[in-house]
Design a protein. Structure first.
Length: 304
């Protein structure tokens, strides 16, 4: 008798597939609350500048395809989005409909926060509704293959500069509201631990860490903000900076707009050459990481 198949669900944030979807997508992100028209237009303008859509769905599907090839037929792979189609629930319904009884969930964000990873876990459990036995990988920012892959991308990016030893390396991740710290959320510490591990692999003489892409709300968000760090580096006489978005694993608006357009524009005005590492997307090192995570999660539950 053949072994039972164990689906692996890769979960990501989601994004609009065209400019017409920006407003309903924002409504989903905001839990149905209306978005001010001027903010809708601002966000729509950002997507217009990166090609009129988010590439996150096809990039996550490419990651899932690579993972499927690495794992083989016993671990069929699926994609579900938290805030757009295919929603996590839509994909879970499909998995149940195909007769599966178990599922390994992996969020395409390596570092844990109750506000982010916890929200995915809640969506997964609500979608499963007792129909599937689920297990969730909650964090993987310390996985050696992930860290090796990021380090390799940093090394390649530094080689683009005429004097790599003079480049200021700035690791970044998505900011979250400061209130997460009141409950001892490990998100900032996990991010800095990953950045430290990559820096050690490369023997970087100095590096910085900052947050980016804070939400448009009046409450305080985690800092320092990457733009302020770039200004600080420029004021100190540095003219070359490499952004390493270690909290992100594929291209989307926070990379293609926030880094490639906003931060590069700021750096240009300050006389700083700013580059960034190529996103992991479906990099073989990331696929190795995901495959190991999926197998280990299944083994720990006694499924494989």
């Amino acid at each position: 008798m053949s072994a039972e198949r164990i689906p692996v669900l890769l979960m990501a944030y989601g994004g609009p597939n065209n400019l017409a979807e920006v407003e309903p997508y924002l409504a989903d992100v905001r839990g149905g609350r209306p978005t001010k028209p001027e903010l809708v237009e601002e966000i729509r303008g950002r997507y217009a500048k990166i090609g009129g859509r988010s590439p996150i769905r096809e990039l996550t599907e490419a990651q899932a395809a690579g993972l499927g090839r690495a794992l083989g037929p016993r671990f069929p792979t699926y994609v579900g989005m938290r805030h757009w189609h295919p929603y996590i629930k839509e994909t879970v319904d499909r998995i149940v409909g195909e007769g599966h009884r178990r599922l390994v969930g992996i969020v395409m964000a390596p570092h844990y926060s109750a506000m982010s990873i916890g929200a995915y876990e809640k969506k997964l459990l609500e979608a499963a509704a007792g129909r599937l036995d689920t297990t969730m990988v909650q964090r993987w920012g310390d996985h050696p293959a992930f860290l090796d892959a990021v380090a390799a991308h940093v090394r390649q990016a530094l080689a683009r500069f005429p004097a790599p030893e003079r480049v200021q390396v700035l690791f970044t991740a998505h900011s979250l509201p400061e209130r997460i710290l009141a409950n001892g959320d490990p998100y900032p510490e996990e991010l800095r631990a990953s950045a430290t591990a990559v820096a050690q692999r490369l023997d970087l003489p100095s590096w910085r860490f900052a947050f980016q892409s804070a939400g448009a709300t009046p409450e305080p968000w985690l800092g320092p903000e990457a733009g302020s760090v770039i200004r600080e580096l420029a004021a100190a006489g540095h003219d070359a900076c490499l952004i390493v978005p270690i909290g992100f694993v594929c291209d989307h608006v926070e990379i293609l707009y926030d880094v490639d357009i906003e931060y590069r524009g700021l750096a240009r005005k300050l006389g700083v050459r700013l580059e960034r590492t190529v996103s992991l997307n479906d990099d073989p090192g990331l696929i190795v990481t995901l495959a190991d995570l999926a197998r280990r999660a299944a083994v720990e539950r006694g499924w494989a």
